[in-house]
Design a protein around this ligand. Structure first.
Ligand code: DX5
Ligand code: ZN
Length: 221
């Protein structure tokens, strides 16, 4: 079963609880929360108090994507706030292996995340330990960017790496996941699809989710 994770970065923050309820009713599987610090990425978004508030309005798993420098400073705060999955970027910390383990020790699932230009080789010594790998399919910072086509080959290669090792890690993608890009992502072997503008834009959350899920869950050889 593939998973659709709704990125609230594209939601109307003034009506966040309502929009999350709509996404949940429409059938999204997880809520994806983008945390940005204005350093690792140019944008600034939200911190642990908002994650805690979201935790109170939904039972869905919270998939928290940290786009912050030195994420080790905040792992505990985000797990305490209610993150079920906590993702850190390989580019943002010197002691990656230690921080991924720490996330698991704190009781959350650990996601290791790669920017588009970061090679898969950086995963070599952590791949067997992590719960999920997130491949960015846009440069992080904003919703509504275009999917980078060169990422397809990277996704396929990671799929092979995980399968050849008999690995358990889920393969997640984030950025530019829309009705017109999702089929090729299903074929490339993605397990978890993050979508922001594909769900919250146009104001028809229900229809957006229905159409995305139909594609995501279709069988392919
Ligand atoms: C980008 C964020 C994404 C973003 C995706 O830095 O990590 O989660 O919200 O938005 P779309 O689906 O619109 O590309
Ligand atoms: Zn994200």
């Amino acid at each position: 079963m593939r998973i659709l994770s709704a990125s609230i970065l594209s939601a109307d923050f003034g009506r966040l609880a309502e929009q999350i309820h709509q996404a949940e009713a429409a059938g999204v599987d997880w809520i994806h929360v983008d945390v940005m610090d204005g350093l690792f990425v140019p944008n600034i978004t939200i911190g642990p108090p908002v994650v805690a508030a979201i935790r109170r309005v939904t039972k869905l798993p919270l998939d928290v994507h940290l786009m912050i420098e030195k994420p080790e400073r905040y792992l505990e705060a985000f797990v305490e706030a209610g993150a079920d999955w906590l993702g850190i970027h390989v580019e943002a910390t010197l002691h990656l292996e230690r921080q991924l383990k720490r996330i698991q020790e704190l009781g959350a699932k650990a996601t290791v995340t790669l920017n588009p230009a970061t090679p898969l080789e950086t995963l070599e010594y952590v791949l067997d330990e992590v719960d999920m790998v997130l491949l960015m399919t846009v440069n992080p910072g904003f919703s509504g960017q275009k999917f980078i086509p060169a990422m397809l080959a990277k996704i396929r290669r990671l799929r092979r790496m995980i399968d050849e090792r008999g690995g358990q890690a889920l393969l997640q993608v984030d950025g530019g996941v829309h009705l017109d890009t999702v089929d090729q992502l299903v074929e490339a072997g993605v397990d978890v699809f993050v979508s922001g503008s594909g769900i919250f834009n146009e104001n028809d959350i229900f229809e957006n989710v229905r159409r995305l899920k139909e594609k995501i869950n279709r069988k392919h050889p």
